[in-house]
Design a protein around this ligand. Structure first.
Ligand SMILES: [Ca+2]
Ligand SMILES: [Ca+2]
Length: 410
C-alpha cells in the first residue's frame, strides 16, 4: 500500500518535471527548505499532516521532512513547521544551488552578495540593500545609482575575504559556478569559523528561478515579494506559451542569434537557445549540437534568416541609443548582409543581454515579439520592463535596452 502511494507520488513528480521541461515554466518544484515534508512548492498545514503520517507510519520520510534538521522526525519538526508558517522561526535549513544543506539564523538582514550584477539586482528587488557587492561592469546605470553607496569587496571569482569578514554579514551569497570550481574554499573556511554561512544560488537561470527566489524570500523574510516576482515571471511565460503554442512548422520564424562575439551563436544546452525554442522560434543553426558554436559567416548568408538578433552580454545599459545603433550599423555593413531578408525587412534587432538578468521572462517577451510581432502586437516588452523596475525597485527605468524600440517591431 505504502509502495503504491510512493510510486504514485514519484510518478506525479516525474510528470510535473516533464511538464515543466516541456513548457519551460516551473509550475511545480520541490521547495528546497527543510520542513517542506510533502515536497511541493510551499510550506503549509499539509506538511504538518504529512509529518503526522510519517510519525504514524503511514508515510515514508522525505528529503525535507526533518524540519529542524536534527536527524529525527518527531513532534519537534511539527513545532518548527508551525513556526515557519507563522513566520517566527529562528533558523532554517535550506538546500542551496549546489546541493549543500545550509542552516542559518533568520530573518537575515546583513547579506553580502558577490554574485556579479545579478545578486544585487535580485536583493534590491526583494527589498534588501546588500552590505557589500562584488565589482561588476555590467550594472545598468539605474542600478549603479541604487548601489553607489554600497562598498565593493573584490570580484565574483576573487572576493576579498578580509574585507567581507570585516563587515560581519550573516551570510554571503555567491554564484554556483565559481563555488563548484572551488574559488571559495579558503574563504568559506574563514567565514564558517566566524559562524557566517555561504550560500551559492543563481537567480538568472530560468529552471532554478522559482525555487531559488522562494528560498531567498524565506531567508530574508520577504516571502510575499518573492511570490510576486514568481507571479510576474509566470504570467509573462504563460502569455508567451498561450500565443505561440499552435504555431505550425511553416509559421515558425528562423533567426540568427548572435551573442557578444562576432559569429558566436547559441545552441542546444544553452539558456538562450532554450528561450528561442520556448518562444516558438528556430535557430538557423539548430543542426549544430553545441551550446556555444562559432559559425561560418558565409553560412548566415546562405541560410538567410527572417530575423537577426544581436545580444551582447554585459553591455552596461545607459539612457543612450547611440552605442546600440553603432552595433547594428556594423552588422548591416558586413559583407553580403545588405541582401539578407532580415536586413531588407528591417528585422535586425539589438537586444541587451541585461534584459534577461533575473527576469528571464522579459528577455523572452522581447524574443517572442521580435519573432512573432503579429501575435504580440498588443504587448510592448519595454513597457513591461519599466513596470518591473517600478514595481520591484521602486524607480523609473529609462534604459535603452533594445533598438529599434520594441513598440515599433512588426
Ligand atoms: Ca509543502
Ligand atoms: Ca527533526
Amino acid at each position: 500500500m505504502r509502495t503504491t502511494t510512493n510510486m504514485r507520488l514519484m510518478m506525479t513528480m516525474a510528470l510535473c518535471v516533464l511538464f515543466s521541461i516541456q513548457s519551460g515554466i516551473a509550475y511545480n518544484f520541490a521547495l528546497g527548505i527543510f520542513g517542506n515534508a510533502n515536497m511541493d512548492d510551499t510550506i503549509d498545514e499539509s506538511d504538518i499532516a504529512f509529518i503526522r503520517e510519517i510519525i504514524g507510519g503511514t508515510q515514508k520520510a522525505t528529503a525535507f521532512a526533518d524540519a529542524n534538521y536534527d536527524g529525527r522526525i518527531d513532534e519537534k519538526d511539527i513545532t518548527q513547521i508551525q513556526s515557519i508558517i507563522m513566520g517566527n522561526e529562528t533558523n532554517l535549513t535550506i538546500v542551496d544551488g549546489v546541493g549543500r544543506n545550509v542552516t542559518v539564523s533568520v530573518p537575515i538582514e546583513n547579506i553580502v552578495t558577490i554574485a556579479g550584477s545579478y545578486g544585487p539586482e535580485m536583493l534590491l528587488a526583494l527589498g534588501i540593500k546588500p552590505l557589500a557587492i562584488s565589482e561588476s561592469k555590467s550594472h545598468a546605470v539605474q542600478l549603479q545609482d541604487m548601489l553607489k553607496d554600497v562598498p565593493t569587496v573584490g570580484s565574483s571569482n576573487e572576493p576579498d575575504s578580509e574585507a567581507i569578514l570585516g563587515l560581519n554579514p550573516e551570510i554571503v551569497h555567491c554564484y554556483e559556478n565559481f563555488y563548484k570550481q572551488g574559488s571559495y574554499e579558503k574563504m568559506e573556511k574563514a567565514l564558517n569559523s566566524r559562524g557566517i554561512g555561504l550560500i551559492a544560488m543563481d537567480f538568472h537561470k530560468p529552471g532554478n528561478f522559482d525555487n531559488a527566489i522562494r528560498i531567498m524570500g524565506y531567508l530574508l523574510g520577504r516571502q510575499e515579494r518573492a511570490d510576486s516576482l514568481i507571479d510576474f515571471e509566470e504570467s509573462n511565460m504563460n502569455l508567451i506559451q498561450e500565443r505561440t503554442k499552435n504555431l505550425t512548422d511553416e509559421e515558425r520564424t528562423y533567426l540568427y542569434f548572435e551573442s557578444s562575439k562576432d559569429f558566436a551563436t547559441r545552441g542546444p544546452g544553452d539558456n538562450t537557445y532554450d528561450a528561442i525554442v520556448l518562444c516558438g522560434g528556430r535557430s538557423i543553426f539548430d543542426d549544430i549540437a553545441e551550446p556555444y558554436p562559432t559559425v561560418d559567416p558565409e553560412a548566415i548568408i546562405q541560410r538567410d534568416p527572417h530575423v537577426v538578433i544581436k545580444t551582447p552580454d554585459g553591455f552596461a545599459a545607459t539612457n543612450n541609443a547611440e552605442p546600440l545603433i553603432e552595433v547594428l550599423n556594423s552588422l548591416k555593413n558586413r559583407t553580403g548582409w545588405q541582401d539578407l531578408n532580415a536586413v531588407k525587412d528591417g528585422r535586425l534587432y539589438f537586444l541587451n543581454g541585461g534584459t534577461r538578468s533575473v527576469h528571464n521572462s522579459i528577455f523572452c517577451l522581447f524574443l517572442a515579439k521580435a519573432l512573432y510581432p503579429d501575435r504580440f502586437n498588443d504587448v510592448d516588452p519595454e513597457s513591461i520592463y519599466r513596470q518591473w523596475y517600478n514595481k520591484f525597485l521602486g524607480i523609473d527605468n529609462n534604459l535603452v535596452m533594445v533598438y529599434p524600440p520594441s513598440e515599433s517591431w512588426q
